[in-house]
Design a protein around this ligand. Sequence first.
Ligand SMILES: [Fe+2]
Length: 442
Amino acid sequence: MRGTLVDAFGVYANPTISEFMARVARSDDPSMRAMTTRTARSEAMDGECYVLEQMMRERHAEAQEYARRAALLRQANERPRRSNRIGSRLIELGRSLVNAARTRLFRSGSSRSSNRLNQERTILMEYRIAPLFCRPWTLNGMSPRLIESHYEHNYGAALNRLNAVSRELETLDPKTTPPQVLSRLSQEHTSLLNSTLLHELYFASLGGDGRTLPETIASAITRDFGAVNRWRDEFIALAEALAGDAGWILLTYVPRDGRLINHSARDHAHGVAGGIPILALDMYEHAYHLEYGANTSAYIATFMRNIHWGAVEARYVDATKVSPPLQLHQPEFSDVPSIAPEEVQELLNAGQRVQIIDTRPRHYSTRAQDIVEGAVWRDPERLDEWIGTLSKDEPVVTFCVYGFHVGCQSAAALRKAGFDARYMAGGHYAWKAIKGPVKLFE
Ligand SMILES: [Fe+2]
């Protein structure tokens, strides 16, 4: 009945209305009915939901009447060319019904309401199924039956649930929905989104001979893991560790660090923030049980034999084009060199002589409890008084509280005076954050 209604009012049929109709259909469940009513009320200013709310309030009587008429309308539309009198009258009736509904839909309204509706329609996200990347009949030791089942029943199910949850999220009013409900839905959405993304990557990881690594990816793996065999052993060991458990094994490029890492991701989660996975092994039981039973080692070995290294390399090349996260940039000090706190530590550990000057402002230093071990505090406003105590034969490192201005200005002034001076990026707190040694500030 509800499907017929939506069909008949095709002009209004969209995911929002379909979802609401599905909820109405389940309204024998009191909690579902209550939730639907609440949601519909919250959306009442949007014309479609206004109509639905009215229908629910009137105990479906009107909906049933609409459905009855709509069924007749559809019947007539299925035979639009039949020029009999009844058909013409039904078509006319249908048109008047649609017009009546349209008037009712926007009667409160206003162009604002209609515009808002259109705006909201534009943000509705419909995820589409991706075709299989690999050709199942070419795989070595992995049957088309396994891939088909995996693609249809696991990837497909995740995608359908993802769309359902997305629609539910989009139709909720964040102002009136309990935060825990929103949070649960959001978590489910993230998990399903990851599941679809990783499944697509899994199918796109298969289809090669698993042995021949093109030069670019081979040298990248060698650079980051020491050797291809070393990478392979680590990847397989991570997969073996998930035997009897569930999750993904991923080879991921991290733009911030410009390098590849192996890692496992349980529950479709635990992705590396900003990382771009380029190879995925599905370690959920559904990926192998049909063919390998509990023999995960055989499944892992088969996966390794079927890796499509050409596709992995193409994804790696694309990933390397992604810029690292935006770094702190201080254009006014772009000509003043900096030094990382880790590098300062290395210099000290290597026994090199470095003049470390804490130039935190006086008003700050009076409250400070600690100071970098090996540093001396000097008032940045009285640089002229203490500059003469420094040696030009040893490098100078200055720093302030966070590394923004004062340390940079001091370093710039010292460089101008002929010193080999740099400022320590991140200042006092960056030093403390890497557990650099400090002493009591007296
Ligand atoms: Fe899967």
